[in-house]
Design a protein around this ligand. Sequence first.
Ligand code: PEP
Ligand code: MG
Length: 753
Amino acid sequence: MEQVSISRLVLRRLRDVMAGQGTAQDRLNTIVRIIAADMVAEVCSCYIMRAGEVLELFATEGLRPEAVHRTRLQVGEGLVGAIAASARPLALADAQSHADFAYRPETGEEIFHSLMGVPILRSGRVLGVLVVQNRTTRHYSEDEIEALQTIAMVLAELAASGELVNPLERQQPSGTGQLPARLEGVKLNGGLAIGQAMLHEPRLVIRQVVAEDTGAELDRLRHAVDAMQIAIDTLLEASDVLRDGEHRDILETYRMFAADRGWMHRITEAVKGGLTAEAAVQKVQSDMRIRMNQMTDPYLRERLADLEDLTNRLQQHLAGRPFAPVAAELPEEFILVARNMGPAELLDYDRSRLKGIVLEEGSPNAHVAVVARALDIPVVGRVKDALDRVEPGDIIVIDGDEAAVVLRPSEDVQQAVDNRIKARQGQRAQYAALADLPAESKDGVRVELLLNGGLFIDLPYLDETRAAGVGLFRTELQFMLRDTFPTVAQQAALYHRVLEQAGDKPVTFRTLDVGGDKLLPYMDSIADENPAMGWRAIRIALDRPAMLRQQLRALIQAASGRLLRVMFPMIADLSEFTAARAILDLELDRQRKAGAELPVKVEAGMMLEVPVMLWQLPAMMDRADFISVGTNDLVQFLFAADRGNPRLTGRYDPLSPPVLKALGEIVRAGAARNVSVTVCGEMAGDPIEAMALVGLGFRCLSMAPSSIGPVKAMIRSLEVGTLAEFMGSLTEIPSPSLRGKFQDFARDRGITI
Ligand code: PEP
Ligand code: MG
């Protein structure tokens, strides 16, 4: 309670300074003095981001004044640089012993031992770093970190105002803007389009951070929320998104988020703490961003984009200016360029004119990408500096399949693109025509194509794609959508619905793969240093067996009278599988004793995604009823390369001799013991990688719905015998990537990839 009132008082003083006279530099100087006094710190310094990712000391209380505008640190350099790089706060009682500490003699900071710093964030971008330091080895509390973060919000407005650093400084040198350029990214939705660039900039500048009248702010907030909810309802009623499909579930979840009480509660609390409604909305968003930014789980990252979308929308309603682009003012055909977008933001635009989307962020499971897929709009994500490099009105080509964006293409490139767009329309018709044909190669080898899913929306694709079943049902996704841990009855109802919708087709349920970075809102979070290799999946399940028991009980109940296929993730030791299977048997027994109808058959599988299992394949095959190879994790662990780290994207190729060798051993071990082996990682859904898997001998592939058509087209144009022969000597080639060889092979033999 006391903490709130202290920071509230300071907030008022800061407001007065912000509204007061003098230059931005004067105001900043005063602000660091106020903070130092309030935080009882000998030092308070503010670093501001300049061009070239340089953090410059702009103001300080306590360090030597001559260091101001002289001390500069690269992002990632020193503790200040580390805070900017991670966009997270840092508090150290003994900063100098930290590995990242970078000593700058001009500052005279050698006498200060403890340090607490927070990023100055705005719209997800780090604009600077705010630091306090003390002589003693002081342990800063969570409340103090929180208070400094709130103050950093005030500074964010100053930093973003353009009064400290000219915003033009961050842009490209003049002249380069006019040249054609090719930017690479990540494919979020395939397809090819051309159009004029339009920048999606829904964010509003917050003018006032501290409230004059908290009651009035709460009223404004309530009205804006009501108006927003009505507007969202109207938006989601549009006819082209009304039909069923994956996108529909995402939009419904989005609508649910807009009414989420937890979100509202946090905003209301922030208003009660002294902020304006706008600042409170922004603060809650920043807090969420910090919490979620480090997560590698694509699904959770997408929740963040949903929230950002809602935040922008709520801000617009607070400002009384809901975003509504006027169709007549839009170019005939345009490509949206944005940092990121939520699923509903895209619906604000006229779909007959919106031809493609370029994002600086985004992941393949991006909700905006799912909605774009439903509307057949190509999307390329993770395009670095897209917003800085594109001028509104530029002609842009977006090539989703190549994950590339071409800015200001020449006339002949534009012509070639037009021709290809026409050819692609023909190819689409070809996939549709394949739907009823089997995934069988030219030499008669059948491959079973299965779907990956985790939400109800994935199930209609079983029919649409004629997939043979669900090869991987990621159960954790349903858990993540909820506020509380679902009861056995709730889980059973859910799994039952999944099985009902799948009809005769088998569904392989994977038990909860949570923990590490995939946190459930209602589970105690633990800060794992290395989440992918941390306390996750089967490790949590065996340490907290009640959770696993309940899930297995629900699965058994849901599958009564049917086949139950369940698999356990991240097995790193066969005893883990044995223990999990024993729990399954226990639950079956319990169900039997209760006199309930059991599943007609139960199959227990193991996910192979930890490299150590490669040296115990026969024993593994002896124990499991089936194996599913999670190449996403397996490959990241084989290369020791974090799968979620964009800096490592594309650095190592799974189509390399060692990975193919390992996969070959798995498929051979399965065949030797007659155990079915499926691949359910992303490799299975990429035509060229799937081709290599088929060549190795894999006959079951589980993938995203959109991959079924392309993978089937590949298989139907392939001669497996010739491929296997070709691959015979390939794995001995000392090369980091065999991709080129596979591509040549496919091209020479007319294989559709
Ligand atoms: C995998 O690791 O390949 C896999 C399918 O599981 P997930 O992507 O959910 O970790
Ligand atoms: Mg995995």
